[in-house]
Design a protein around this ligand. Structure first.
Ligand code: GAR
Length: 202
């Protein structure tokens, strides 16, 4: 097996988590190379980050008239052409169908800004902050998990970390804290699948 894993990173927006991956690859904390970055949004700033890092950056918006599954099959062809060991969903805001997932079984990793089973989908941090305001929760968190099927932000958890919310928080301070945790946890989770630690001796 080659030393470095090949990653394809799928994004839809700013790409601060992509940046964390690119930085970790550059300084060597992650034994991996980003082979390509693909965005479903042509104006995603993350594409710029990829170009700056010298990584192929591809915009692949879904045409309105195209069926979701046909789009996913073509997306799988594109991603597969970069021969990835792992596909990282770092702020990729489309649910992937089996037309994509069946091509990369156990090879797709998703980041979500909430704890397992909570606030799936979009605006997870905002919804957690609202739930805190109503006294329903006292903490939220971050998880990184495998994507086995079409479930939204669900699947076997690789790493998770709770983030407490305090009365002094605003949505902005909570978001900032969660993003800081995300940048660290995502890199750690990718490192853990690239080089799984051996089982402890019985
Ligand atoms: C991150 O907070 C990520 O967890 C979230 O999108 C943001 C992307 O930020 N993903 C989801 O909500 C998935 N359901 P970034 O573009 O700065 O990395």
């Amino acid at each position: 097996m080659p030393d470095k894993a090949r990653l394809v990173v799928l994004i839809s927006g700013t790409g601060t988590n992509l940046q964390a991956i690119l930085d970790a690859c550059r300084i060597g904390t992650l034994p991996a190379d980003v082979a390509a970055v693909v965005s479903n949004k042509s104006d995603a700033f993350g594409l710029e980050r990829a170009r700056t890092a010298g990584v192929p950056a591809v915009a692949r918006p879904k045409p309105k008239e195209q069926d979701r599954r046909a789009y996913d099959a073509q997306l799988a062809d594109l991603v597969g052409s970069y021969r990835p060991d792992w596909i990282i969903l770092a702020g990729w805001m489309r649910v992937l169908s089996d037309n994509f997932l069946s091509r990369f079984p156990n090879r797709v990793i998703n980041l979500h800004p909430a704890l397992p089973g909570t606030f799936p989908g979009t605006h997870a941090i905002e919804r957690a902050f609202e739930a805190f305001g109503k006294g329903e929760i006292r903490e939220t968190g971050v998880m990184v998990h495998l994507v086995p099927d079409e479930g939204v932000d669900s699947g076997p958890v690789l790493l998770q970390e709770a983030v407490p919310i305090s009365a002094a928080d605003t949505l902005a301070t909570l978001e900032a804290r969660i993003h800081t945790v995300e940048h660290r946890l995502l890199v750690q989770a990718i490192a853990s699948v690239i080089h799984p630690s051996p089982d402890p001796a019985p």
